[in-house]
Design a protein around this ligand. Structure first.
Ligand SMILES: C[S@@+](CC[C@H](N)C(=O)[O-])C[C@H]1O[C@@H](n2cnc3c(N)ncnc32)[C@H](O)[C@@H]1O
Length: 328
């Protein structure tokens, strides 16, 4: 789809946005669910008849719905996406609503504001005074981290001593730390106090826990550790904070130990890969100073922290940047 090559490609982008909005609206209004038991006439579906008649061709065009005339049924793909809970819905409609505020964000800066003018800002997706919401967010990340947590562990495995100690900074749901613990290593989760309470309910004694705010100068991380992991953390902070934090964390490494950043980094031309490019918008919208980090800059943070053997590896949709404490 990208880069665009002609004016017509812009039309396709707009069409994609319209199609996405229609699918999310059908889902948010329970229209796909209403077809779960089999095909029905359009007139039996909830919603404004003219709006249903005008949006039906769109969901048909996208291949989610089949049937002729005003008779409607789910396609095999539509059913699969519905059952897997993979269709966009009310939350994505809210995202589209926020995206319509891009003009104001570009003019005045992020975070994006709600209709009352309040900033929709988070700490790496977490809003501490709304435990139900942050639990939902961390549950979602826990679910989506199954594969990446294993991939990160397997990538580090050949470099780990027996019974290694690891610190998962901003570990949240704890899935990354837990893979280390399940393989006989001592894994410690660092996060805000309320998030630690949430993680302790999930993992109990399988992990160690340290509560704190990594932005504070006198924060205690414990250790020293063989591995310090920052998974999806540096994109939420400004470069100055990342440089300071990595320096601090380097002081909690054992000789030969590693700091590892897992993230979506921007390449040197600042236009790829697509996941980092577009994720930067989420950071603009929902953090005070976050951005998709620049890969070369991130290597520099590790070097400035006194680490050597800085290596970058691209794995499944993300990069791992690692530096090693050489000497004592
Ligand atoms: C995007 S989540 C990443 C969770 C996990 N590392 C992962 O990759 O799925 C960011 C996590 O960092 C934590 N966090 C953000 N700012 C923090 C801070 N200043 N001090 C401690 N934890 C923080 C959040 O509470 C949240 O659990």
């Amino acid at each position: 789809m990208f880069p665009i090559r002609a004016a017509g490609d812009l039309e396709d982008l707009l069409r994609a946005a319209k199609g996405y909005a229609v699918v999310a609206a059908w889902q948010a209004n329970g229209l796909f669910a209403a077809l779960a038991d089999g095909p029905r006439p359009l007139s039996e579906l909830p919603g404004d008849p003219r709006a249903l008649a005008n949006t039906l061709p769109v969901v048909r065009h996208l291949g989610l719905v089949v049937g002729e005339g005003h008779h409607v049924g789910l396609s095999a793909l539509g059913r699969e996406l519905l059952e897997a809970n993979d269709l966009p819905g009310a939350r994505e409609l809210e995202t589209l609503d926020d995206l319509a505020k891009m003009g104001a964000v570009v003019a005045d800066g992020g975070p994006v504001r709600d209709d009352e003018g309040n900033e929709k800002v988070t700490d790496g997706g977490v809003v501490l005074d709304d435990p139900e919401r942050f639990a939902r967010f961390l549950d979602m990340l826990y679910g989506s981290s199954e594969r990446s947590a294993t991939v990160v562990f397997e990538w580090l495995r050949p470099h780990l001593p027996e019974h290694a100690s690891m610190l998962d900074v901003g570990g949240g749901h704890g899935r990354y730390a837990r893979v280390f613990a399940d393989h006989g290593h001592a894994a410690t989760l660092f996060d805000f106090g309320p998030v630690i309470d949430y993680a302790r309910d999930r993992h109990g004694d399988a992990l160690g826990y340290v509560a704190g705010n990594f932005r504070e100068a006198d924060v205690e991380f414990g250790g020293p550790y063989d591995v310090v992991l920052l998974s999806n953390i540096v994109h939420g902070e400004p470069a100055t904070m990342n440089r300071t934090l990595l320096k601090r964390l380097a002081g909690h490494l054992k000789p030969g130990g590693f700091i590892v950043m897992k993230d979506m980094f921007l390449g040197s031309r600042g236009r790829d890969p697509g996941n980092a490019v577009f994720f930067g918008l989420t950071m603009l919208y929902h953090t005070r100073a976050g951005a998709s980090p620049d890969l070369d800059e991130a290597r520099g943070w590790l070097e400035d922290a006194g680490l050597g053997e800085v290596r970058v590896t691209t794995l499944e949709g993300f990069e791992l940047v690692r530096g090693r404490k050489i000497g004592s």
